[in-house]
Every structure is written in structure tokens, then in C-alpha cells.
Design a protein around this ligand. Structure first.
Ligand SMILES: *Cc1c(COP(=O)(O)O)cnc(C)c1O
Length: 353
């Protein structure tokens, strides 16, 4: 039998025929404003931890569940270390949490538009996705989310790609009313004006996911974490499995959390100041960017796809979206040192005139 015909006898999980590999990656560019990573670089102590890493240690497995990293993160966030789980990026934790608390055939509800990985991770695990609209004020709609009859509710705050935060009291109402798991994705927590960790003191069905990929500047090392009640976190760890965070990523993340918080604070401050300048400049070109609580700005724009192509030819990567619910076509731009944003604005101005 040839290799080819033998493959035809295999069948992947049902539903896999509707999935494809991730293609959100923008082509080669010299200024990449497409994925909301930290264009100010990586924190200095984290960098030093990589340089000082003892390479003879790589013959050994790392800590199965990152004991030391969880210790550092628990102090940083201000919770008991039994309430922390880490993963290979927060995508890994989202995947593990959906698998741990959603049976095949269960339903996950989320607002639309939101993080594009959520429908994918749901379907990989055999869950169905129900999307609902945001409220007219841009906040999540509690009624719409609850009436979806879902087993898991996903809330992204600040939301990717809109940048809008969900309010604490609405998240608490959702957590009060839902018997199942509520996931609050705070990948952009460091930029946000609203802290949500206090939700955990009253709700043991909430998991807050966070990451080292955005403000902490380490997307390439793949380190994410989440906090929730210790019982909940334990189930997520079972689902995730051991050894998901490599020794290098762990060492860099520990160093950053222990020594670089003031560096992060400065970068966040700079990001927010650049963001307000950027919003004003884009506005003066006639656009109405959405108010953002994160390190990116979404600009509704009929010809967003054409503009993204023009940008790419000029060496600038931005993410374009087609037909976002309630918004239409739009460009999402990562905030960066002003000189980079000036390049973007120059090309945009030429495209407008
Ligand atoms: C970038 C991002 C993530 C983070 O992914 P990692 O796997 O931690 O790199 C998670 N959620 C949202 C909404 C994001 O934008």
C-alpha cells in the first residue's frame, strides 16, 4: 500500500475538517505593528537571565509545573501560589481550561468580535461557539452572554481587537449567574485602567489568563499564566500536562517579575502617552479610532485591506479585519516608539490624499 492511500484510512477528530492552521501572520516587514507585542524590547533583567543561563542545564527537564515561576507570579499578582497556573503562552492555558471544563458538544459563548483563537480552541476541543453582540456602550452584554445557554463564557478585557474593557460589575454578574467556567482573558492587563483580580476573592468559577507575550516583551519565549481558585487551577493543570514551560522562558520570566516591574511601568506609561498622540493624529486624517484600554488601536476603515497591503509594501505590518460585527472593515495598529508610528502615519496620509 502506498503511503498516500494509507492516510485515507485515518480520520482526525470530527470537526477537524473545518479547521486550518493559523494564518494570522503578516508577511516580512521592517516595522511590525501587527501583533501587539512590545516594540520597546524585552526587560533588561530578563535579557540578562538568558545571557547568564547555564546551558548544561538543558539536558535536564525543567520543573514540571514551574514551582519557582508560580512563586514569583503569585507575589507579583498578590494571590496564594496555589492559585497560579502557567503554560506555553496563555493560548495553552485557554486550550487547557476549555478542555478541562467543556465536554465535547458543550457550548462556549463570547462577544463578537473578540480574540480569533477562541473559536479555534473551542472547536479543537469539540465545543460549539455562540457569539453575541456587545452592548451599545461597548461593554459586554450580560443578558446576551447568559442567554446563550453556554457552559463556558469567555470575556476578553481589554478586548482584542476593539481595545474596550469589560466592567468589573458586569463580569461579577456573569460569574454569579453562570454555573460553569468564566474565563477572563487579560493579555493586556498591564495597560488597562481596570484591575480585575478582586473578582477572584468572591468567585471560584473565574479564571483570569495573562501573558508574558505583550507588556513583558517575551512572546518568543512562550510563557503565559492564569489565576483562579486553587481547585479550578488544579483541573487546568491536569488538562495542561507537565513540562509546558521551558527552562529558558521560566528563567527570563522570573527575572522580569522579580526585577523589571519599574521598567514595565515605564514602557506602559510611554505606550499610553504615544497612544493618545496617535489617536489624535489619526483623527486629524478623518478617521474615528475606537477608544482603547490596551497597546493597540482599532481604526474602522472601508479600504482597510488595501491600506494594509500598501503598508506592507512600505515595510510596515498591520493587521486588517474584514466585516467585524458592528464595525465593518478595520485596521489594528500596535503602539510602538513614536518614530515607528510616524512612518505608519506618513504612509496613511499619502494613502488618504
Ligand atoms: C496575544 C493574546 C494572547 C496571548 O497569547 P500568548 O499565547 O500568551 O502569547 C491571549 N489573548 C489575547 C486576547 C491576545 O491578544
Amino acid at each position: 500500500m502506498s503511503q498516500d492511500s494509507r492516510y485515507k484510512q485515518l480520520s482526525p477528530r470530527s470537526g477537524f475538517e473545518t479547521l486550518s492552521v493559523y494564518d494570522g501572520v503578516v508577511g516580512a516587514c521592517s516595522i511590525d505593528l501587527s501583533d501587539n507585542t512590545n516594540l520597546w524590547g524585552m526587560p533588561p533583567s530578563a535579557k540578562k537571565a538568558l545571557e547568564d543561563f547555564s546551558y548544561s542545564d538543558v539536558t535536564r527537564y525543567p520543573s514540571a509545573y514551574t514551582t519557582e515561576l508560580k512563586e514569583s507570579l503569585s507575589r507579583y499578582v498578590g494571590v496564594d501560589r496555589s492559585m497560579v497556573v502557567t503554560g506555553c503562552g496563555s493560548d495553552d492555558i485557554l486550550d487547557s481550561a476549555i478542555r478541562a471544563f467543556g465536554n465535547a458538544g458543550a457550548t462556549l459563548a463570547c462577544s463578537d468580535p473578540t480574540f480569533s483563537m477562541i473559536p479555534v480552541l473551542s472547536r479543537i476541543n469539540g465545543l460549539m461557539v455562540k457569539t453575541v453582540s456587545f452592548d451599545r456602550d461597548g461593554d459586554i452584554s450580560v443578558d446576551a452572554l447568559l442567554s446563550a445557554g453556554a457552559d463556558i463564557i469567555y470575556i476578553c478585557s481589554p478586548n482584542n481587537p476593539t481595545g474596550s474593557p469589560a466592567s468589573l460589575d458586569r463580569i461579577e454578574t456573569v460569574a454569579d449567574e453562570l454555573k460553569g467556567l468564566v474565563v477572563v482573558d487579560q493579555a493586556y492587563a498591564e495597560y488597562s485602567a481596570t484591575s480585575l483580580t478582586q473578582v477572584l476573592t468572591r468567585h471560584s468559577n473565574v479564571l483570569i489568563t495573562r501573558t508574558m507575550s505583550k507588556a513583558f516583551g517575551m512572546a518568543g519565549l512562550r510563557v503565559g499564566y492564569a489565576i483562579g481558585s486553587s481547585e479550578l487551577v488544579n483541573e487546568v493543570e491536569k488538562s495542561r500536562g507537565p513540562y509546558k514551560v521551558g527552562a529558558l522562558g521560566s528563567a527570563a520570566a522570573i527575572a522580569a517579575v522579580e526585577n523589571d516591574l519599574s521598567w514595565i511601568e515605564k514602557v506602559v506609561e510611554e505606550t499610553l502617552s504615544v497612544r493618545s498622540r496617535f489617536v489624535t493624529s489619526v483623527g486629524s486624517l478623518g478617521y474615528k479610532p475606537l477608544p482603547s484600554d490596551a497597546n493597540f488601536v482599532l481604526i474602522p476603515m472601508d479600504n482597510a485591506c488595501d491600506v494594509a497591503e500598501t503598508m506592507l509594501r512600505a515595510g510596515i505590518g498591520v493587521r486588517s479585519f474584514r466585516n467585524l460585527t458592528g464595525i465593518g472593515n478595520a485596521l489594528r495598529v500596535t503602539m510602538a516608539p513614536w518614530l515607528m508610528l510616524e512612518e505608519f502615519l506618513g504612509v496613511l496620509e499619502a494613502a488618504v490624499s
